[in-house]
Design a protein around this ligand. Structure first.
Ligand code: CA
Length: 643
């Protein structure tokens, strides 16, 4: 039997599956170490006083117990000590940190014993997420690029750190007028902040130049925060406390927090998981080489029971210990459907249905060598996923602005032509009996995320412009506003990259995962210069929360689209049933024009309130009334409501 066959076998699972909490645990009563290493002949624990100390204080052998568990228990309190393991498998001894560590020192190289209670910030027991919002509007951001810009008004010591997320009243250049960072997000009206990876990743030296940048899709310690975002990466308790403080501040400011989790691969194949149980946590091809569906050199074998258990335990840990409100699964198409459904059930059981979000990318970089019969959570299998696990919708993304593979490719808003039927597909989130998903609850609509060009750069490139130019031509701003109006008309969750609302540019660089901060940083001066566009987004977000016809996440949402038409050349219009509690408008009429000149379109019978047009998305606050026909400016949207 090959190693692959052995690890995939029901007998291995039967004998070794183990659901006891793993890791190190420290309280006033003593300290305990538990490691799952079923193939090990010997496991030794080494203790150190600091993360960098060369002197091992003690070496202790763990005892083997049933189900592959190794354990050591002491009445001594070792809170604050650092440790690693020597794990011997098939006569080879490897040094490893604890894959279940919840604290660590510099670069995650050594684990740390930590009494987690002492990391709780003041008031943590009372920390609660804001009430569930009427709509989910997610803004994706990166801890370092968010506050790196000196114009953010964030004090230098906190720039690029978790601590910057705790500052509630920063302003542009500290001048006391125009909000930046947290204050800016609060005003924008988004409901969820999606943090790009904040677990401990490997591509940035935590003790090196503070200006190093990486997105962080390279996990080292899945259950520990990243040290380069902490004010002290050596002392393990600091990063834990500071991330909790950031979550607490976001909650206090009305924002829920989603964590980007990368359970599909590890930074290096020679990870703590590998060193502890060589081979078990990774998929192998038949010839024994590592499977590489992630494009990053290795794939976790989520279908093996203790790998799935590891992922489940990790998600539950972040939700419990850090009060995280949602999880975005990177390359979800590499994870198996039963595991994701199990995570969904466990989150619901512990926190109540709907309280914790789940969303993910329903694809992978390439094929993967999962155990035969494994059902993976890629696009083709979405019908088998729980209807409250949402998938990023690249069909709408590409339809609105053009595909991501070719800079010249155009979509609805930038000269690719407006097809009313295809637009209607976008508006219903591609949900319904013939769609890939049954309900909009499974759809995340977006035009930009950290991957690929920013929306602005895509519009510039498709127009043949120079994305390195700071100019913002009015015709491209019109395209951007129309794209936003389309996005905020789509049924399903809504998502955008931070700064999309102010025409964020990365100077045309498509994959900025390790580009310098001069390209990646949020440019708060540009946010101010393009405040009219940001206000347009702000109005759309506020309006969207008031429109039950578009918020509907049920399998019947598509039935709310009463008619779809093309009321003129270059125009598309949809009549929407908008009936719902506390909403004055029973029907909506959404009109989109991509014409280069003004358009006049006939309206359905009756009087219509103008809720938003191509310039202003706050008209709904004091609507004008129209009947018979309506005029649209070039490349613009018109959103009307009937009482
Ligand atoms: Ca790190």
């Amino acid at each position: 039997m090959s190693e692959k066959q052995r690890f995939d076998s029901p007998e291995f699972q039967e004998k070794y599956h183990c659901e006891i909490p793993l890791g190190s645990f420290c309280s006033g009563r003593g300290t305990e170490f538990r490691l799952w290493a079923p193939t090990a002949q010997e496991v030794a624990l080494r203790l150190y006083s600091t993360d960098g100390s060369d002197t091992c204080l003690r070496q202790i052998f763990l005892s083997r117990e049933p189900r592959g568990l190794w354990r050591y228990v002491t009445g001594e309190i070792w809170d604050g000590l650092y440790y690693d393991y020597l794990v011997t498998v098939d006569g080879v001894t490897r040094t490893t940190a604890d894959p279940y560590a919840r604290a660590c020192g510099l670069n995650g190289a050594r684990s740390m014993v930590l009494d987690l209670e002492r990391t709780d910030p003041e008031g943590w027991a009372g920390d609660k997420a804001p009430p569930l919002p009427p709509e989910t509007v997610i803004c994706e951001m990166h801890v370092k690029d968010f506050s790196w810009d000196p114009a953010s008004g964030v004090p230098e010591a906190y720039r690029g750190k978790f601590k910057a997320l705790c500052l509630e009243d920063t302003t542009l250049r500290g001048e006391g007028e125009n909000p930046t960072c947290l204050a800016y997000l609060r005003r924008l009206g988004v409901t969820h902040i999606q943090l790009m990876p904040v677990y401990d990743y490997g591509s940035v030296d935590e003790g090196g130049d503070p200006a190093q940048f990486n997105w962080g899709y390279d996990p080292v310690n899945y259950n520990v925060p990243e040290g380069s975002y902490a004010t002290d990466p050596h002392r393990g308790e600091v990063r834990v406390r500071e991330l909790k403080q950031a979550v607490q501040a976001l909650h206090k400011n009305g924002l829920r927090v989603i964590m980007d989790v990368v359970y599909n691969h590890t930074y290096r194949p020679d990870s703590w998981l590998w060193r502890t149980v060589p081979g078990y946590y990774y998929r192998q091809n038949e010839d024994g080489t590592p499977s590489n569906g992630s494009g990053c050199g290795n794939d976790l074998a989520t279908e093996r029971s203790m790998c799935g258990q590891y992922i489940l335990d990790s998600v539950l840990y972040w939700a419990e210990e850090y009060h995280i409100d949602g999880f975005r699964f990177d390359l979800m198409g590499l994870l198996d459907v039963p595991l994701l459904n199990r995570i969904r059930r466990e989150l619901d059981r512990r926190w109540g249905p709907g309280e914790k979000l789940m969303l993910g990318e329903p694809w992978s970089a390439a094929g993967t060598a999962a155990r035969p019969g494994t059902v993976l959570a890629h696009k083709g299998n979405l019908s088998q996923l729980d209807s409250r696990i949402a998938a990023f919708n690249d069909t709408t993304r590409d339809a609105v602005k053009g595909g991501q593979w070719n800079a010249q490719d155009r979509g609805f808003v930038n000269g690719g032509g407006l097809d009313a039927g295809r637009l209607a597909g976008c508006i219903r989130g591609w949900a319904g009996p013939e769609g890939p998903v049954s309900a909009p609850s499974q759809t995340v609509n977006y035009l930009s995320c950290h991957d690929d060009w920013t929306l602005w750069d895509k519009l510039v490139c498709a127009a043949g412009g120079d994305p390195a130019s700071p100019a913002c031509p009015p015709e491209l701003l019109r395209q951007n506003r129309l794209a936003a109006a389309m996005l905020f008309s789509c049924q399903g969750m809504l998502f955008f990259l931070s700064g999309e609302e102010f025409a964020r540019t990365k100077q045309g660089v498509k994959n900025t995962y390790r580009s310098p901060l001069s390209i990646n940083r949020m440019d708060w001066t540009r946010a101010w210069e393009n405040r009219d566009l940001a206000d347009y987004y702000r109005g759309l977000i506020a309006l969207r929360k008031r429109l039950p016809g578009l918020r509907d996440k049920t399998p019947h949402a598509a039935e709310r689209i009463l008619s779809v038409g093309a009321p003129g050349e270059g125009c598309a219009a949809l009549l929407i049933d908008n009936a719902g509690p506390d909403c004055p408008w029973k029907r909506l009429y959404l009109v989109f024009s991509v014409r280069q000149d003004a358009a006049v379109v006939p309206l359905p019978d009756g009087e219509w309130d103008t809720l938003a047009d191509g310039e202003c998305s706050f008209l709904w606050q004091e609507p004008r009334t129209l009947s018979g026909a309506a005029a649209l400016a070039p490349v613009s949207a018109l959103i009307l409501g009937q009482r």
